[in-house]
Design a protein around this ligand. Structure first.
Ligand SMILES: NC(=O)C1=CN([C@@H]2O[C@H](COP(=O)(O)OP(=O)(O)OC[C@H]3O[C@@H](n4cnc5c(N)ncnc54)[C@H](O)[C@@H]3O)[C@@H](O)[C@H]2O)C=CC1
Ligand SMILES: O=C(O)C(=O)COP(=O)(O)O
Length: 392
């Protein structure tokens, strides 16, 4: 049985998929893979037995990706699996930023006793809001979440301006043509009544919204952060609220510095916490993991290139290696020199790493035993795995 270690509440849909495909969950400290959500893996020791780490979710800043890449451990996430859930919380937050719903609910509860109807009608004037229609929403990051937020805001009759210098072709197609594309983030900050941030937390994006960017925002604008604590400098946002530059700040990431501030609304990282998003993300994670462990195909990796080829031979050998010259020729020469015929060879590189998947039919036990150790000795090869096609 292949063992998977899990952290956090992983939906039963994902766990059941794994157990019905021959995996055991959490029965050993030497698992083949780790399946998690927001658990911080930076502090954990990751066993040598681990071959894959799968994040059921989008953000992977909780995973030591660089260290795992050097060890040949494939890191996956599940892009888009929870994007609709985050979109819906973002739209709810936009409404909370436009209308004093939270305060109004408190007020309604306080009117209990006596002539409730009269007291609510007399005092409700304190809870007047504004409308989203006709206002400008700035969306920073137009990936899976940001593109959905931007499109939905159009249906709310908002004008939408988006900024994302790293847009990929798939996402670009999803963005409504009525969304204006800003050439700089400053354009978004200067034009928007509401700014919402949907980018990953990386070294570069740390404090992406800080005092300087806040000073460029329209006076009285609202800021939403459904992305990560650390992308917005909360202390700078608090200062902007205190100076009446920013009208309201809504964040999905609790920060001690923000509690009890009258212009801050905090939710406890629930953007992806819907039944549907948890099921979809866990199922995607389980499928991607099973696919990798049984076929060598890599789908939705964040540290190595994806290769997804039909497994039509009896064996395959997956070789994770550094992206340096002469690797493909060394690998194919190695198989040739050892009398092993290559039926198909796929290779892709992304950044510092590359993946080569070699398809083979005739592969004796002796050759298999030798290939593993000998391939691992080729300089710049990080990890070699052999896959057997049970259906062949
Ligand atoms: N609150 C919650 O529970 C959740 C939070 N998230 C957070 O939201 C983030 C975004 O999620 P997805 O849209 O699914 O990810 P995604 O990877 O589909 O999209 C991110 C987009 O941000 C863009 N980007 C990166 N840096 C940028 C920058 N400096 N300026 C402008 N654009 C930039 C990228 O090009 C990409 O298109 C995640 O990384 C995660 O941190 C995601 C899901 C749930
Ligand atoms: O997918 C993401 O990036 C999230 O932030 C969701 O986190 P969660 O899985 O709900 O702990």
């Amino acid at each position: 049985m292949t063992n998977i270690k899990t952290y956090n509440a992983i939906s039963a849909k994902g766990l059941n998929y794994l157990t019905t495909h021959g995996y055991e969950i959490d029965t050993t400290e030497e698992p083949k893979a780790i399946l998690l959500r927001s658990q911080n893996l930076h502090q954990e020791t990751i066993a040598d037995s681990v071959r894959a780490v799968v994040r059921a979710g989008a953000g992977f800043n909780n995973i030591p990706v660089d260290e795992l890449s050097k060890r040949g451990i494939v890191v996956f996430n599940t892009p888009g699996g929870n994007a609709n859930a985050v979109k819906e919380l973002t739209i709810a937050s936009l409404i909370l930023a436009a209308r004093p719903v939270v305060g109004a609910i408190g007020f309604a509860n306080e009117t209990r006793g006596g002539d409730v109807s009269l007291r609510t009608e007399v005092n409700k004037g304190g809870y007047r809001g504004t409308e989203l229609a006709g206002k400008t929403l700035g969306v920073i990051g137009l990936g899976n979440v940001g593109s959905k937020v931007a499109n939905t805001a159009l249906a709310l009759d908002m004008d939408v301006i988006g900024y994302d210098p790293g847009l990929n072709a798939n996402t670009a197609w999803r963005i409504d043509r009525h969304i204006a594309h800003a050439k700089s983030v400053d354009e978004v900050l200067q034009q928007s009544d509401y700014v919402t941030v949907h980018i990953p937390l990386t070294e570069k994006n740390k404090f992406f919204i800080a005092a300087d960017s806040l000073s460029k925002m329209k006076p009285g604008a609202a800021l939403l952060n459904m992305s990560r604590g650390g992308i917005v400098d909360d202390l700078a946002a608090k200062a902007a609220l205190d100076q009446d530059k920013l009208r309201v700040y809504i964040t999905d990431f609790a920060d001690e510095a923000l509690f009890d501030h009258p212009k801050v609304i905090i939710t406890p990282h629930i953007g992806g916490s819907t039944v549907e998003a948890e099921d979809t993300s866990a199922l995607m994670a389980a499928r991607q993991l099973d696919t990798y462990l049984t076929t060598g195909n890599i789908v939705n990796s964040v540290n190595y290139p994806d290769i997804n080829e039909p497994f039509v031979t009896k064996y395959r050998v997956g070789i994770i290696h550094e992206n340096v010259p002469n690797m493909i020729s060394q690998i194919s020469k190695f198989f040739g020199d050892n009398g092993i015929n290559i039926e198909q060879l796929s290779n892709r590189a992304v950044g510092a790493y590359a993946y080569t998947l070699v398809a083979i039919n005739d592969f004796t036990d002796e050759q298999q035993a030798y290939v593993k150790t000998a391939l691992d000795e080729i300089p710049h090869v990080i990890l070699t795995r052999r896959y057997l096609n049970e259906d062949y």
